[in-house]
Design a protein around this ligand. Structure first.
Ligand SMILES: [Zn+2]
Length: 344
């Protein structure tokens, strides 16, 4: 990677670098942020459901346009993980996803010097679009993992709401890793996650990708799975491919061959990704909200299907999970008003 071209800095002008990089969040995962979805919109409908459907797991549609049947929940706690922001009720996914997260947490604790995972959003109980925070995560095959190692103690539900994110980026420098927070264990964790064949992509901040390109001396076969993306500087995002035989799950094109430490990465360090959109002469068009009818047809049936008996009954490996904090933190029943869902 060449160093950052001077024109990138000129484009940035008076804006602080941190602001610019923060603005990247708006363009990335947080694109779907909006105040209150209209009643009847897909966000409102899927956001109001508190329990998954019964029956076998089914990912319907695409990562950014679909829904999920037969989801299971990641237990709020395991020996090597803790689920975060429990009030969001977004720790639902396909069993393959949940199983992989648990495995990653164990493997990383055993081999990589990473004491455990703090797991962020996976999917809603029936997938679908969310009130805030993500364009994807709709079919139970995406999961966010914090780049903060799990603390030794089991956090209370309140601590899990309040723990702030820690960015890996240096404050006053453009797309540069802060070596005071970044460690070799972070790099090992990312490559561990990329090592599983079922993991198709991992989204990270371009600065993290560059750091990996510059410093990873091990096997680089899976480095190409790390994809530079806006945001993703305090968490990374694991995307699992459609499991074999999952009819109705729309696959994404495989990543290009190679380690991705090339001009596609260099592009992020130029002005183009950070340029403000040109002012238009036309009045701004408000994007139309996604309605349930815009999703694959089966998603209407998923919304209408009877729920499982309880969240506990649909928790992955619930029999061995032991006591957890989830009973206090899970919404008991009915709608979760948007005001209770913390903004990212
Ligand atoms: Zn994500």
């Amino acid at each position: 990677m060449a160093s950052i071209p001077a024109r990138a800095f000129r484009t940035i002008g008076k804006f602080s670098l941190a602001t610019m990089i923060g603005m990247g969040l708006v363009a990335g995962d947080a694109l779907a942020q909006q105040a209150t979805p209209s009643p009847g919109s897909a966000k409102a409908m899927f956001g109001a459901v508190t329990l998954p459907t019964q029956g076998p797991p089914q990912s319907i549609g695409f990562y950014a346009k679909g829904c999920l049947a037969g989801a299971v929940a990641l237990p709020a706690d395991g020996p090597t993980w803790q689920a975060m922001r429990l009030s969001r009720n977004r720790r639902w996914g396909r069993p393959e996803t949940i199983g992989l997260l648990e495995r990653l947490s164990r493997d990383a604790a055993r081999n990589d010097g990473w004491p455990g995972l703090l797991v962020g959003d996976i999917s809603q109980p029936r997938g679908g679009p969310m009130f805030n925070g993500h364009a994807s995560h709709q079919i139970g095959l995406d999961a966010d993992i914090w780049l903060t190692p799990m603390p030794r103690h089991r956090m209370t539900a309140e601590e899990r709401e309040a723990l702030p994110f820690t960015t890996m980026l240096a404050k006053d420098r453009f797309l540069t890793i802060n070596d005071k927070v970044w460690t070799p264990a972070h790099a090992r964790l990312l490559m561990r996650a990329a090592s599983y064949p079922e993991v198709e992509r991992i989204f990270v901040n371009p600065a993290i990708k560059k750091k990996m390109c510059d410093t990873w001396t091990g096997d680089r076969t899976n480095l190409g799975k790390l994809r530079p993306e806006y945001g993703h500087d305090s968490h990374f995002h694991i995307r699992i491919r459609c499991p074999a035989g999952s009819v109705g799950c729309t696959p994404q094109a495989p990543v290009a061959a190679g380690d991705g430490c090339d001009k596609t990465l260099a592009w992020w360090f130029g002005p183009e990704p950070w340029a403000k959109p040109k002012p238009s002469t036309k009045p701004p068009v408000k994007p139309r909200e996604v309605m349930v009818s815009d999703l694959p047809k089966t998603c209407q049936a998923v919304l209408a299907a009877p729920p499982v008996a309880s969240a506990r009954a649909a928790t992955f490996g619930a029999r061995d999970a032991g006591p957890t904090v989830e009973t206090d933190a899970m919404p008991a029943s009915g709608n979760t008003p948007p005001s209770r869902i913390p903004q990212q």
